[in-house]
Ligand binder design. Structure first.
Ligand SMILES: Cc1ncc(COP(=O)(O)O)c(C=O)c1O
Length: 391
């Protein structure tokens, strides 16, 4: 006999999933409808309209891909790239590397533009690469979850368009936590996820293609190699008056996304972005007060994900295990070259609040003192509290 499913309570302050909003979890218990039931089509239409609002776009080809952020990444790349196409990819962390890997699998000739982890990609680097290879697509990660860097986009977008290429932004971590603004910035392709700043469960990837990107897809010489992720076929299910079956979508996840987006819009985009910024500022002040340095360069830190370098002599795994055991708090370990060297603290969606900031700072400080740090008890919380009092 197996017992009824029970999981221990967790305060999810890692790189995602974040703490799901209770209204979203409730929406997931809504009964199933048929995938072409007129009432479900209405739910689909609402969801697409809400995705457009949060992305800041009028793009027609906007829908949630079945699958996590990586499915959105594959959808974007597999629909745009044909064999031999030239693609420039900014790589300043783990996920830029993943874009390059998938682009290569799609048959692209990839020109990587590297920057040190913790730094941004400089616009001049993109300009130089575009001069060399005349790309069809330039791709960068907006919020690099492996390093905590928020990539400035405007100049890179201008350079991309001056060179006649499409611009793709990975917004997996940024959507719902920082402005993405597809139309105002002329971003051609963006994808995201549901489990980070939208405070939903993992499983869908909201994606949007500009009319220019749709034109490129329309003019393909070859079929998109993936049936499941073919945007042209998916458009026949997600939009228009006569819908066609493509695959059985997860009603529960679409209910969840609709509710998650409603919560975002109710809070208001600007207040939500400011909430993320204020809490990240307090977290960093507290962390720095006890000697923990952010890995991302100042002025380019993503508020929803703070990467802290682990002090010498402190064992990464031990601290993270104790955070779970003693406090029920999950934070993330480092990815790639940051494995064992950095912690990743996510303040994403609902989780970006004062209570969590003070809790995680107190917990980390207590453990560091236990493992030999010479820090006065209460230092981190005092520094964070000072930020809250002054802002
Ligand atoms: C910036 C970025 N891109 C892509 C992904 C992949 O998303 P997923 O794990 O939802 O497939 C992640 C996951 O953390 C991410 O942070």
């Amino acid at each position: 006999m197996f017992d009824e499913l029970r999981v221990p309570p967790r305060i999810l302050l890692g790189p995602g999933p974040s703490i799901a909003n209770p209204r979203v979890l409730k929406a997931m218990t809504t009964p199933m409808l048929g995938y072409l039931d007129a009432d479900f089509v209405e739910v689909m239409n609402d969801t697409v309209a809400l995705i457009r609002q949060v992305y800041g776009t009028q793009n027609l080809l906007t829908f949630p891909v079945s699958g996590t952020g990586t499915a959105g990444m594959e959808t974007a790349l597999t629909n745009i790239i044909e064999q031999g196409d030239s693609v420039v990819v900014g790589i300043n962390g783990y996920f830029g590397g993943r874009i390059a890997d998938i682009a290569e699998r799609c048959g692209a000739e990839v020109t990587p533009v590297h920057a040190e982890w913790g730094n941004i990609i400089q616009p001049e680097q993109i300009a130089e690469a575009c001069d060399k290879v005349t790309p069809k697509l330039v791709a960068v990660v907006h919020g690099e979850t492996s390093t905590g860097v928020l990539q400035p986009l405007e100049q890179i977008i201008d350079i991309t368009h001056e060179n006649g290429a499409l611009f793709l932004a990975d917004c997996v971590t940024s959507l719902g936590g920082q402005p993405v603004e597809l139309d105002a910035r002329s971003i051609d392709i963006a994808y995201s996820c549901t489990q980070k700043c939208l405070a939903g469960p993992p499983g869908l990837s909201p994606i949007s293609f500009s009319d220019r990107a749709v034109e490129v897809i329309r003019n393909r010489k070859t079929k998109t190699q993936s049936f499941y992720l073919d945007a042209t076929l998916l458009a026949e299910y997600w939009m228009g008056d006569s819908r066609k079956y493509h695959h059985t979508v997860s009603m529960s996840l679409i209910y969840a996304l609709r509710e998650a987006l409603r919560v975002v819009i109710e809070e208001g985009l600007s207040p939500r972005y400011q909430r993320h910024e204020r809490n990240a500022k307090a977290l960093i002040a507290g962390a720095e007060a006890i000697g923990l340095q952010p890995a991302a360069t100042k002025n380019h830190r993503a508020p929803m994900l703070t990467t802290l370098l682990i002090p010498d002599g402190i064992d990464d795994a031990t601290i993270r295990k104790r955070l779970i055991q003693d406090y029920g708090i999950e934070i993330g370990g480092g990815l790639g070259i940051f494995a064992g060297k950095a912690w990743r603290i996510g303040l994403m969606g609902d989780a970006a609040n004062e209570q969590n900031v003070l809790l995680v700072l107190n917990a980390i400080e207590t453990l560091l003192i236990e493992f030999g740090a010479s820090v006065d008890t209460g230092t981190a919380v005092c520094a964070a509290a000072a930020v809250y009092q002054s802002s």
